[in-house]
Design a protein around this ligand. Structure first.
Ligand SMILES: [Zn+2]
Length: 187
C-alpha cells in the first residue's frame, strides 16, 4: 500500500503529531504493550476533529492540574536537585516568560539541553521525553505559529525561516507504549 502523507500544512503536521501523542497516551494509560484498534480510532477521530475544528488541543487534557501534581522536580529526569526554571522555548528565540513556557529542570538536564530546541535535544538523547512535556511543547509551537500566521503555510515553505523550533524534529512517530511514560516521577 502506498504511503499517504497525512499533512501538508504546518497546522496539519502539528495536529498529526498531537493525534499520535493522544493515541500513545491512551495506550500507556491502559498499560498496553502495543497499539491496537482502540488507539488508532482515537488518533483518527482527534486528527479529524482538530482539522475540522470540532475539537481543539485542550479537548482531552488538563495541563495545569498535571503541572501541580508533578510538583517541584526536574520535568525531564525527575531529580529534585539544583532546580531552576527552564524556558521550553528559549527566550532568545522568542519564547515567552510565562507559566506555559516554564518548567523546572535540574542543572544537569539544563546544561545537556543547552541551546537546543527541546525536540532536537530529545533526538540527541535518543530517548523519548514524558508525553506531557511533548504535549506542552506542541501547544507552544501551535501558539507561536498561530501568532505568526504560519499555520496555513506548507511545511516546506518554512525551511528557510528562522524559527525557535525545527519542524523536522516534531515527532510524527511515537515508540510503542511500553517504551513511553506519561509524566515524570520523582527520583
Ligand atoms: Zn533533570
Amino acid at each position: 500500500m502506498a504511503k499517504v502523507k497525512k499533512y501538508e500544512t504546518v497546522k496539519e503536521l502539528i495536529f498529526w503529531s498531537y493525534a499520535n501523542l493522544a493515541m500513545a497516551h491512551t495506550a500507556v494509560e491502559r498499560n498496553q504493550e502495543k497499539y491496537g484498534t482502540f488507539n488508532y480510532v482515537i488518533r483518527a477521530k482527534l486528527f479529524k476533529g482538530l482539522k475540522d475544528e470540532t475539537m481543539n488541543m485542550r479537548s482531552i487534557f488538563d495541563d495545569e492540574k498535571i503541572k501541580l501534581q508533578t510538583g517541584q522536580i526536574c520535568n525531564y529526569c525527575g531529580s529534585n536537585q539544583n532546580l531552576a526554571l527552564d524556558h521550553i522555548v528559549a527566550q532568545k528565540m522568542g519564547g515567552k516568560d510565562d507559566a506555559e513556557n516554564l518548567i523546572y529542570a535540574c542543572r544537569s538536564c539544563n546544561s545537556s539541553k543547552g541551546k537546543r530546541d527541546l525536540m532536537e535535544w530529545m533526538e540527541y538523547k535518543g530517548e523519548f521525553l514524558p508525553l506531557m512535556i511533548i504535549r506542552r511543547y506542541l501547544k507552544l509551537v501551535f501558539k507561536f505559529c498561530k501568532e505568526n500566521d504560519l499555520l496555513e503555510r506548507k511545511v516546506e515553505e518554512l525551511d528557510t525561516f528562522e524559527l525557535p523550533f525545527k519542524l523536522e524534529n516534531i515527532p510524527i512517530k511515537y515508540p510503542k507504549p511500553s517504551e513511553l511514560k506519561l509524566n515524570i516521577v520523582a527520583q
